[in-house]
Every structure is written in C-alpha cells, then in structure tokens.
Design a protein around this ligand. Structure first.
Ligand SMILES: Cc1ncc(C[n+]2csc(CCOP(=O)(O)OP(=O)(O)O)c2C)c(N)n1
Length: 360
C-alpha cells in the first residue's frame, strides 16, 4: 500500500458545511488568542514558570481532527495541542489555571501545560517520553475493538517522535489487529532544533506507512478543512474495522520549541514563507470568498474572544496555589502505599545503608 496525498486547498468548497467551517474558524481564532495571552503576556510577565509550549501556526491540525471526532472517541494530545483541549470543551479558565500551576486543575498544580488530560472529556494525559502514547493509543483502540464499541483513539505526535521505537511498536500492533486508531503527525519540520533531514531518511512521514500496510495520507496541515476531511475519512475507516491511518500534516512551528527558545537556528526566510500560509488568515479569506463572514462578523468575533480570554485569565490568576500537603498526593507512589511498594526501604539494614551514604 503506498501513501496517498490530499493537497493544499483541494478541499472541495462544498465538502464542509457552513456550520462546521465557521466552528473550525472560531476555535482556531480562540486558540490563537489564548496562546498569545499565555506566551506573549503571562509567560513574559514571569507568571508562568517552567516550560510553556505553544502550537502557533499549527492550530488547524488539532482543531480539524478533534472536530471530526464523535464525543465518545478518545484523544492523546502532546505539548502542541492547545487547540485540541479547546475544541473538546475544556474551559479556558481551567486551561489558564493549569499553565499557572493553580490547585483546582487537572494536575492539581503539579505541572504546566504539558501532561494535561481530563478523562471526562476523553483527553488522555501523556508523559514526557516522546512517542510513548503511540502504543497506549493502540491499547485504547484494542479495548474498543474487544468490547465491540465503534469508538476511535486519535493520537497526535510530532515528526521527530516517529523516529522512536515506541512509534513502530504501537503502529505495528494497531495495524496487525486492524484497530480503530488514528495517528496524526504534525510535521513542523523541526524536532526541537533538529531539522527533518537529520532525523528521517525519507522525505515524508507518510512514507513510513507502507511498512505497516496502512494508508499514509499527506495533508496540508495549514488547511483546516483538508485536515478535517482527512480525519473524517480515517474515522470512517477505523469504525468500519479497516484499521489505522497515518495522517501527516505538513506545517511549521511559528515559535521556538517552547517560550524560552528564540529558535535562532531556524532560517528567517522559513518564518516569512510560512507566515504567508497562516491557517487562520487562510480560512478567513476562504470564508469571506464564500460570503460566510464579513468585516462586522470578524470584528464581533474578535471582541467577544478577547473578552472571554481576558476574563478566563483574570479568574485563573486569582485562583489559589495548591497547599504544600498536595505535593505527595496523586503521584505514582502515594505516601501511605510506599511501605507496600518498597518494603525493603523500611528495613533496618536499608536505613543503615542510607545513613552511611550520608555520613561516609
Ligand atoms: C524520548 C525523548 N527524547 C527527548 C525528549 C525531549 N523533547 C521533548 S519535545 C522534543 C522535540 C519533539 O519533536 P517532535 O516530535 O517533532 O514534536 P514537536 O515538538 O516538533 O511538535 C524533544 C527532543 C523527550 N521528551 N523524550
């Protein structure tokens, strides 16, 4: 099976309804506004500590995919999928509070924007190890198949992650068992500071799909309608029992790897080139051509979004930090269970070794 291509701007104008097109556009705009408030204000004001990863320029990918899913499907985001959380309905206040390390958040103040999840929204947390979620998504898809449920597991990852072993193991398993899994790769051409040609001996991530005998689809990742249509098709295939799809979305990371990184290693011309392909401006031009938005509609949307983003940020800033006693709660080894998990740590011999180590 060879890779297929869905290319730039080829999404048939009639293929996406007016309602869905406007929804895609609104969520992209809201995500950009939130992203700007987070990185360009709160991070720079020193209010967000630690990593602050953003997906500026890549909004079409998580949003196009998540809006193509059914509410029962599950999503495995990574660090660039702010849009997936917003499209799935996580409140903006919760998202701001999460980045700000507040107590009343999915990770209870223990983390910033990485590793967020919310099982009630079908958003499954990831851990830092790249590509580790690929076999886990296969596991979720396996459970759906075993139970006879028509649900889909959709896993996001970067092109750098597809060079990891977990990627091959997970996709291979999903392909053998024809599981309802979708692997969506944001190929933003840089894995931190490593350009694609230094970590992949093939031109496209989709070229890796024939090794699993599954479709490898190349989509213009800055065309939200093309992404949406590719995800819909992959969902239909998964629900029919025909197995996984690998969707490669060609895009560009319009920032550094995270807020602390000025991306000095990326040639300036690449930013200029990709700024002209901005997914939000592109969708706006298309909607105007179709007569679905005009100046007044855009101005109203902008004003409403600025207001809700501002209100969410202010509410989150006023929220409490976690109490120190939270530190050891809900981590891998809960304090009251340490004795069961590491019984040897409680022996006198072990304590003697520890004391010796401290005072040689
Ligand atoms: C196994 C592993 N190696 C290194 C890292 C550090 N790291 C975090 S994100 C990242 C770059 C990932 O690139 P890619 O998969 O292309 O995703 P992108 O950040 O470009 O969206 C690296 C090297 C990690 N988290 N896990």
């Amino acid at each position: 099976m060879s890779s297929t291509t869905v290319s730039a701007g080829k999404a048939d104008p009639g293929a996406v309804s007016r309602d869905v097109a406007l929804q895609l556009f609104r969520v992209m705009k809201l995500t950009r506004e939130t992203d700007d408030r987070l990185e360009r204000k709160l991070y720079r004001q020193g209010k967000i500590v630690g990593g602050c990863y953003v997906g500026r320029g890549q909004e079409a990918i998580p949003i196009g995919c998540v809006i193509a899913l059914e509410p029962d499907d599950v999503i495995f985001p990574t660090h660039r999928e702010l849009g997936a959380f917003i499209a799935r309905g996580m409140s903006l206040t919760t998202l701001f509070a999460q980045y700000l390390g507040r107590a009343d958040t999915p990770t209870r103040g223990k983390d910033g924007n990485a590793h967020i999840g919310d099982m009630s929204l079908g958003l499954i947390n990831y851990v830092s190890h790249l590509a580790d979620s690929v076999p886990i998504a296969a596991g979720a898809a396996w459970a759906f198949k075993a139970r006879g449920e028509k649900r889909v597991a959709l896993n996001f990852l970067g092109e750098g992650s597809t060079s990891r072993g977990d990627f091959y193991e997970g996709v291979n398993f999903a392909a053998i068992h024809k599981l309802p899994a979708i692997y969506v790769v944001n190929n933003n051409q840089w894995a931190y500071s490593t350009p694609t040609h230094l970590q992949m001996p093939v031109a496209n991530v989709a070229d890796r799909a024939p090794a699993f005998n599954i479709p490898g689809v190349i989509v213009d990742g800055n065309d939200v309608e093309a992404v949406y249509l590719a995800a819909l098709e992959a969902c239909a295939r998964a629900r029919r029992g025909d197995g996984p799809t690998l969707i490669e979305c060609k895009t560009f990371r319009m920032t550094g790897h995270s807020a602390h990184d000025d991306a000095g290693y990326v040639p300036k011309e690449q930013f200029e080139l990709w700024a002209r392909k901005d997914p939000i401006q592109r969708m706006e031009r298309r909607l105007r051509e179709r007569g679905w938005v005009d100046d007044a509609a855009i101005a109203a949307m902008d004003a409403e979004m600025k207001k809700s983003v501002e209100a969410a940020a202010e509410t989150a800033l006023a929220m409490a930090y976690p109490d120190g006693s939270e530190t050891l709660e809900r981590v891998f080894a809960e304090p009251h269970r340490v004795k069961d998990v590491f019984p040897w740590r409680h022996t006198d011999e072990y304590k003697a070794i520890e004391i010796k180590k401290e005072k040689p």
